[in-house]
Design a binder for this molecule. Structure first.
Ligand code: FAD
Length: 319
């Protein structure tokens, strides 16, 4: 069923956006204007995905550099580790740090479909937790002392606290990772990521707020202390719904699919997607979600409309 609960919801909840690197020259030319519009909404951060096996290294870096140079928003770099040696992963992390990135989303990435367990091509780092540890280690070794200076002479404790503020997010799966054997394995994996030094999680797409709320509660009860941001994508066309299902492996919410399929106009489909996402966001905020992470599909209109309708945009702009 369609999620109940009406927008707008109480303000004050932070939000963030996800972008992917452009795949052709036309998309690259359009992206700066999209970033400018998203940045003007004052998100907590804008994350930029990273192609599996490094396929988007340069284009991801270009997008991150644009955000750093042209906005006051903190960029978050997704990094993947599957297929990388320790040395390669080390070089990659240094390259992103050198570009000025201080916030990461460490994901394992998907191995090639034909890779067998133990395949040497899978690389040295076998899980996101190992990548989290490596980012911490490289960062601690590399950040020059001057960058850690606060006004006046910092105490050792202040320097340490500054380092602890490095943001390393990880992925969470409210409806289970496709290879997970049980719901408790997904919570155990999250606890392992926390032990490795992660301090934030962002979820895979999902359709029903109760799936996220139950998962976040189970994680908290099990000892996960960091915030878990729900990942929401306004599904504004049947094509985007198909893409969302492909990415998330979730079951099709038949009501939303039918509504989108029978609506003849693009404008009508867009309205269905924005209204659906706004109701989900309102329910998540009412249920205590610590923030909202919006998958933008590299377009600003739909996600800003969702924030506007739920009252989150105005409260953010006012602060
Ligand atoms: P891990 O947590 O390391 O492992 C995934 C699952 O495997 C675990 O949940 C667990 O069930 C199982 N597992 C792990 N270790 C073991 C073990 N030792 N024994 C048994 N089972 C184990 N992919 C990209 O290529 N680029 C991106 O930019 C990107 N961004 C993403 C952003 C978000 C918010 C999310 C949710 C996913 C993203 N992904 C991205 C997809 C991600 O790479 C895949 O979902 C991948 O399959 C799992 O990554 P992970 O970091 O969760 O891996």
């Amino acid at each position: 069923p369609a999620p109940a609960g009406d927008a707008p919801c109480a303000g004050g909840v932070p939000f963030s956006f996800e972008l992917y690197p452009p795949r052709n020259a036309r998309a690259a030319a359009a992206l700066p204007a999209t970033i400018d519009r998203l940045a003007a909404a004052h998100p907590e951060f804008i994350s930029v995905t990273y192609g599996a096996n490094g396929s988007s290294r340069t284009s991801s870096l270009d997008v991150l550099r644009y955000i750093l140079a042209n906005t006051s928003v903190s960029p978050m770099a997704h990094l993947t580790c599957v297929g990388s040696s320790h040395a390669e992963a080390n070089r990659l992390i240094r390259e992103f740090l050198d570009a000025g990135v201080r916030s990461f989303l460490a994901v394992r990435g998907d191995p090639p479909a034909d890779a067998a367990p133990g395949d040497s091509g899978l690389g040295d780092l076998r899980s996101a937790g190992e990548l989290v540890q490596l980012i911490h280690r490289v960062q601690a070794e590399r950040v020059p002392y001057e960058e850690l200076l606060v006004p006046g002479i910092p105490t050792a404790r202040e320097v340490r606290t500054e380092r602890e503020h490095v943001r390393i997010a990880v992925a969470a799966f409210p409806n289970g990772h496709p290879t997970s054997r049980s719901a408790s394995q997904d919570i155990d994996t999250l606890l392992a990521k926390q032990a490795a030094g992660a301090n934030l999680a962002i979820t895979q797409l999902f359709f029903h707020p109760e799936d996220y709320l139950a998962f976040a509660q189970r994680a908290k009860d099990a000892g996960v202390e960091f915030p878990i941001l729900p990942g929401i994508m306004p599904v504004t066309s049947p094509a985007r719904l198909r893409r969302m299902l492909e990415l998330s492996g979730e079951d099709l919410p038949s009501e939303l699919a039918i509504q989108l399929e029978i609506e003849p106009t693009e404008e009508g489909q867009r309205e269905i997607g924005i209204a659906w996402a706004s109701r989900v966001v309102a329910q998540l905020v009412a249920g205590g979600a610590p923030g909202i992470h919006l998958y933008t599909f590299n377009q600003h209109e739909a996600v800003l409309a969702v924030l506007e309708r739920t009252g989150l945009l105005h409260s953010a702009s006012a602060t």
